[in-house]
Design a protein around this ligand. Structure first.
Ligand SMILES: NC(=O)c1ccc[n+]([C@@H]2O[C@H](COP(=O)([O-])OP(=O)(O)OC[C@H]3O[C@@H](n4cnc5c(N)ncnc54)[C@H](O)[C@@H]3O)[C@@H](O)[C@H]2O)c1
Ligand SMILES: N[C@H](CO)Cc1c[nH]c[nH+]1
Ligand SMILES: [Zn+2]
Length: 439
């Protein structure tokens, strides 16, 4: 049966209405989920380990006797690493090396302290420090994501975080050897087989067994997203990541099968994932449609892919590549492939995207695993104002100010004038006292 992916045409009179429907992403709170998450968090806050244990046994079909029994030891992580195949070990290590090297450059480029002195000797600067302890959430309900272990733990490590605590659900007690091995490779300090809102609550409030952290990062389902939103303030969070998205801008020079498979690659994550192709070449869109219909039968996750493409996917005919870039900027996708033989030309017109993949050989899937940049990216148009997970998410900044005696004579009158204007005498007098010699 052909996949009923909708087709839009920017020259059609109903384009704006159809485009609005396509972009509409209702993350309207599901009341049942919101209520359950609120109850789980309150329970974890008051009863700690007992609540975490009950929820884990109930929601993940486990039969653990204590939260301590859910901790994975460093020896267990190493045993998993030793047990996977040499090919898996080599792939994990190569991916980890590339991700580390990319994030080390990020640290050099924007993660270091800096300072300077005014002419009067006053020192000003910014001190960058790593977070003391972070929690990384690794999803594990419907699928296992060793790549997400690397993408969360490695930037934390590069930033110099003191302790990295990983949580990952293991439904029915089935531990994924690659996830454990990735935790070993990435240098996770402690790991617990706990997931969902109870894991987020445990990391935010701390229990007798699971330590409270300063920030929680990592993607997850609606329970995890809701819990992260609710504990924000008690702890930091990275972002609320929604379903995966890919937008391909194609000038018609990439084999149609390649682009069809790239659309599948994000559609297969989730029925709610969004895959969109934009091209000014109508014949090319028809070719990709034919590839989709021919290749879908080969895909083990074809039901998910079909649901995603039919529910939220689209092929969009544009008047030009310039117009395709404009539309892409309006969508601000998580992943943006520029499938063209002149990708640099179009890249200059692109402003909003979590990650931009240039040229026919750069499949988005390479970025998901091993190119080096992070795969935890802003979704649902939030690339307009936010950035990929990075070393900077595991650091914080303190301003440094050391005013010299000469500097106090310059700054004091300015501060005092403004403080009197605000009616704050204490501020003004504290500045003015520094105008006289220290006794
Ligand atoms: N953006 C990214 O980088 C990225 C990477 C990997 C995965 N993902 C996404 O993360 C999500 C992972 O979702 P998942 O479900 O597979 O795993 P998950 O780990 O996010 O959620 C599983 C947990 O949900 C909780 N849960 C499930 N049903 C529940 C219920 N009825 N009541 C209370 N709690 C319940 C359980 O505690 C369970 O442990 C997917 O949408 C996937 O596409 C995103
Ligand atoms: N594409 C996902 C983020 O949207 C990340 C991922 C993990 N494994 C495969 N893909
Ligand atoms: Zn992916």
């Amino acid at each position: 049966m052909p996949v009923q992916v909708r087709q839009l045409d920017t020259a059609a009179s109903d384009f704006e209405a159809e485009f609005a429907k396509l972009r509409h992403w209702s993350e309207e709170a599901d009341h049942a989920i919101e209520e359950r998450v609120a109850a789980i968090l309150a329970d974890v806050k008051t009863r700690g380990d007992a609540a975490v244990l009950e929820c884990t046994n109930r929601f993940d079909g486990m039969a653990a006797a204590s939260v301590a029994a859910l901790e994975l030891t460093r020896d267990e992580l190493k045993a998993a690493f030793d047990a996977i195949t040499p090919a898996q070990r080599s792939a994990l290590e190569s991916a980890a090396r590339r991700v580390r090297s990319y994030h080390e450059r990020q640290l050099e480029a924007c993660g270091r302290s800096w300072q300077y002195r005014d002419e009067d000797g006053t020192l000003l600067g910014q001190k960058v420090t790593p977070l003391d302890r972070v929690g990384i959430y690794v999803p594990g309900g419907k699928a296992a994501y060793p790549s997400s272990v690397l993408m969360n733990a490695i930037p934390a490590q590069v930033a110099g975080v003191g302790e990295i605590v990983m949580v990952v659900p293991t439904p029915k007690g089935e531990r994924n050897a690659l996830v454990l091995a990735a935790a070993y490779v990435a240098g996770v300090h402690r790991a617990f087989t706990v997931g969902g809102a109870q894991a987020v609550g445990a990391l935010a409030y701390g229990t007798a067994t699971i330590p409270a952290v300063d920030k929680i990062t990592g993607p997850g389902n609606a329970y995890v997203a809701s819990a992260k939103r609710r504990v924000f303030g008690q702890v930091g969070i990275d972002m609320i990541a929604g379903p995966s998205e890919i937008l391909v801008l194609a000038d018609g020079t990439t084999p149609a099968d390649w682009v069809a498979m790239d659309l599948f690659s994000q559609a297969e994550h989730d029925e709610l994932a969004q895959s969109i192709l934009l091209s000014p070449d109508a014949a090319y869109l028809a070719e990709v449609r034919a590839s989709i219909d021919r290749l879908i039968g080969e895909m083990p996750r074809q039901a998910v892919i079909r649901a995603s493409l039919e529910g939220r996917g689209a092929l969009i005919l544009t008047r030009s590549m310039e117009e395709a870039c404009e539309i892409s900027n309006r969508i601000a996708p998580e992943h943006l492939e520029v499938s063209s033989d002149a990708p640099e030309k179009w890249e200059q017109l692109l402003r909003h995207a979590g990650a931009i993949f240039l040229g026919a050989f750069t499949s988005e899937s390479l970025g998901d695993y091993c190119a080096g940049p992070n795969h935890v990216l802003p979704t649902s148009g939030t690339a307009r104002f936010s950035s990929p997970l990075g070393v900077y998410d595991f650091q914080k900044r303190s301003s440094l100010i050391q005013v010299s005696e000469a500097g106090a004579h310059i700054l004091g009158p300015i501060a005092a004038e403004l403080a009197y204007g605000e009616g704050l005498q204490g501020h003004a007098r504290a500045a003015e006292m520094r105008l006289s010699k220290k006794a």
